[in-house]
Design a protein around this ligand. Structure first.
Ligand code: DGJ
Length: 543
């Protein structure tokens, strides 16, 4: 369905000429259910297909407890609508959905689906089960009360921790069975609608507080050989391994087989935990996919500043060190996703946006500054989506809060541009603008042009920041969209001059087509995106 890369610019041009091209492949025969959402890979390009069309998520995640009473989801829906979001991320709790073994209660799930539909939102469900933030808080009481059967991780001095052991087959079976029931119910409820487009399996997996499990079975396996499947994966992916994993393997002699300490040396504990946590999560995901094969991902608690060793972060979660181990261990997981609360947003995207892993930002800081990163994630890293955490109270007394306003403004600008951005992802036609300490930035756009971006308001650490995106429609035809910056186009070669402007129009896009609103000329003949309220401009330059 997607075109090869070299055809992209050409087809993108045609996109404007052929007005009805976009919706043409939207749905199947009249009256039939829309196709199941899926992640499509063509070469190293990824597209989340919803109703058969590429879909980018402008999301927001509810607070952890908001889905335990449908009333508490009301502000979530209101907030997401006011934010111009298109998708809600909402938890499903194993403990409440299976209060007794084999007895399921789907009412909270059904209420969330209904709420999303009523508010014209898509849903991503988050399966809070064996793991939540490196612990087991969401396991049902009957699991917690029976540690003999559902045994826990032991730390290095043999004390049980509040973490179910990744070596506990009964735990894995119980989680997988529950998840399969949940997915089967979802299929019954949603196959005709496809409100739910993706599933997060567990939440921030890994072992918080220990580098690995020291239970007897874990110790036995740690002293045993690294499974051949992982060794083969390392050998066949040697050229593309994450640098830290490759370095650890090399430092240990780049062996073709051996025990975990022999193969991974200083990274043995984290590599070991990653393999067995990922194998466990993969079994859960596989059971769910047998029932209803939606795209599934795993989110990650990142390594924080000040962390010294695994266990300071949940050891075995898909950190940047062990992404390859997860890829080898968890073929039913479509992607590994960073929860980005750290200031190094861009470097984290770089680590997770890989040819074998599309970027999705399932959680990020809900703050005036981080709103800008939506442009960066979608525009530079071809992200499938972006979703700040804890958006429940974006609206208070009927008004957007100061904290929420920059995100609402960003999503308001991005929403009509999504088909366009999706079309131009993986090309060199998207240029995000994110204000930083520099008072000006140069974007070397194509065809000998430079876009010089300046910011009318000074940079402050907590934002809001000037933010937006330039989209090259054709060599002298640009969309300049966003908030809080000026642009002047200059020639990179020849006479030192501004590129001569033909016209500046303000407008929007509807179903992928430009909708003219007004011409900016005379006193308004500037490529200016005001602070506080963004706009979409179409700028044409003389050849
Ligand atoms: C990351 C977790 O994944 C969320 O569920 C939530 O606990 C946030 N941290 C809170 O900051």
């Amino acid at each position: 369905m997607k075109s090869p890369l070299f055809l992209k610019p050409l087809l993108a041009g045609l996109f404007f000429a052929v007005a009805s091209a976009w919706p043409a492949f939207a749905s199947g025969p009249a009256g039939s259910a829309p196709p199941i959402p899926r992640l499509e890979r063509v070469g190293n390009q990824y597209h989340l297909l919803v109703d058969g069309k590429p879909f980018l998520i402008l999301g927001g995640q509810a607070h952890n407890s908001s889905a335990s009473n449908p009333k508490d989801l009301e502000p979530v829906w209101r907030s997401l609508q006011a934010l111009h979001a298109n998708t809600a991320e909402v938890p499903l709790y194993w403990e409440l959905m299976e209060p007794k073994p084999g007895q399921f209660d789907y009412r909270l799930m059904d209420a969330a689906i209904e709420g999303a539909r009523t508010h014209s939102l898509r849903l991503v469900f988050l399966w809070f089960a064996t793991w939540k933030n490196g612990g087991m808080d969401y396991a049902p009481a009957w699991v917690k009360e029976n540690p003999q059967k559902y045994f826990h991780v032991l730390n290095d001095v043999g004390q049980p921790m509040d973490i179910l052991s990744p070596f506990c087959r009964a735990c894995r079976q119980a989680d997988a069975d529950a998840f399969a029931h949940v997915m089967a119910h979802l299929k019954r409820e949603d196959a005709a609608h496809r409100t739910v487009i993706m599933i997060q399996v567990e939440n921030e997996t890994g072992l918080l507080g220990t580098e690995r499990d020291y239970s007897p079975e874990a110790n036995r396996r740690f002293r045993g050989l690294v499974p051949a499947a992982l060794m083969n994966y390392l050998q066949s992916h040697r050229a593309t391994l994450a640098p830290s994993l490759r370095a650890a393997w090399q430092a240990a002699g780049q062996r073709a087989s051996g025990t975990w300490p022999q193969v991974f040396g200083r990274m043995a504990d984290e590599a070991f935990s990653a393999w067995y946590v990922a194998r466990y999560v993969d079994a859960v995901a596989a059971a769910g996919q047998r029932a209803y094969p939606l795209p599934m991902y795993v989110n990650n608690w990142l390594i924080n500043p000040g962390n010294v060793r695994p266990g300071d972060w949940p050891s075995g979660g898909p950190t940047r060190h062990v992404l390859d181990i997860w890829k080898a261990a968890a073929p039913h997981i479509n992607l590994l996703a960073p929860d980005i609360y750290l200031p190094e947003f861009e470097q984290i995207c770089e680590a997770y946006a890989r040819p074998d892993n599309p970027l999705f930002v399932p959680e990020t800081r809900f703050s005036p500054s981080y709103a800008a990163y939506a442009y960066l994630a979608l525009g530079k890293f071809n992200a499938l989506g972006f979703s700040p955490f804890g958006i429940d109270h974006a609206v208070e007394d009927g008004k957007l809060t100061a904290r929420a306003a920059p995100l609402a403004d960003t999503y308001r600008i991005l929403r009509p541009l999504l088909p366009l951005i999706e079309r131009f992802q993986y090309s060199d036609k998207l240029f995000p603008v994110i204000q930083n300490v520099d008072w000006a930035q140069v974007l070397r756009v194509g065809h000998g042009l430079a876009a010089v971006v300046t910011f009318p308001q000074p940079y402050t650490l907590n934002g809001p920041w000037g933010r937006g995106i330039l989209i090259e429609l054709s060599p002298r035809d640009y969309i300049v969209a966003g908030t809080g910056f000026h642009v002047s186009f200059r020639e990179q070669h020849g006479p030192r001059q501004r590129a001569p402007l033909l016209s500046i129009d303000q407008g929007t896009f509807q179903d992928g087509h430009w909708v003219f609103r007004r011409r900016l000329n005379g006193d308004e003949r500037h490529i200016f995106l005001p602070p506080n309220r963004g706009r979409i401009l179409r700028v044409r330059l003389l050849p």
